[in-house]
Design a binder for this molecule. Structure first.
Ligand SMILES: [Zn+2]
Ligand SMILES: [Zn+2]
Length: 167
């Protein structure tokens, strides 16, 4: 995912890269990573914007089944040889002696951020029965699985209070 700085001019150009899934150090990757990016130079800045597409293989937090998630993420990043770039969190500093820009670390970071903190195969996933472990998306079980509804607590309390008041 390297682009020679000499290939980036003030006129926008497009580049395509394919990153092998086993070369990015992200175990969740289930497909190669396809990057389509435009680049141009503006003064001290090299501006990139594009999309990264791939697929992740995750495991559902509720039912523990594996599932895949398609990734189609837009990105914008600026590499700058401006000395002030070191202090600017929106810019990635570049040495004026660098003859190429490697987008791989940035693409890797972008992909890591797409991995959801809460992984669900579906928002409606019913999960596993806490008693027998049956996957409730596929089967039902006969376990008594009373869901504790806190709204009844208030009513119970009220009932108790009324009973006490009558005594
Ligand atoms: Zn699930
Ligand atoms: Zn059960």
């Amino acid at each position: 995912m390297k682009i020679l700085t000499s290939h980036i001019s003030e006129e926008k150009r497009f580049f395509d890269f394919t990153g092998r899934k086993d070369r990015l150090g992200i175990p969740e990757l289930d497909d190669d990573v396809h990057v389509h990016v435009s680049a141009y130079r503006s003064g001290n800045d090299y501006k990139f914007s594009g999309t990264v597409k791939t697929r992740l293989r995750l495991s559902c937090d509720r039912c523990l089944e594996a599932f895949t998630l398609g990734i189609d993420e837009d990105f914008d990043v600026i590499y700058s040889i401006d000395e002030l770039a070191v202090k600017d969190e929106h810019l990635r500093p570049l040495s004026p002696y660098d003859d190429k820009i490697d987008l791989r670390p940035y693409i890797r970071e972008t992909l890591v951020l797409t991995i959801p903190v809460k992984q669900l195969c579906s928002p409606r996933c019913k999960g596993l029965c806490p008693v027998c472990g049956t996957n409730l998306n596929r089967e039902t079980c006969s376990c008594k699985n009373e869901v504790h509804d806190p709204r009844w607590d208030t009513l119970k309390e009220l009932k108790k209070t009324l009973e006490n008041a009558e005594e």
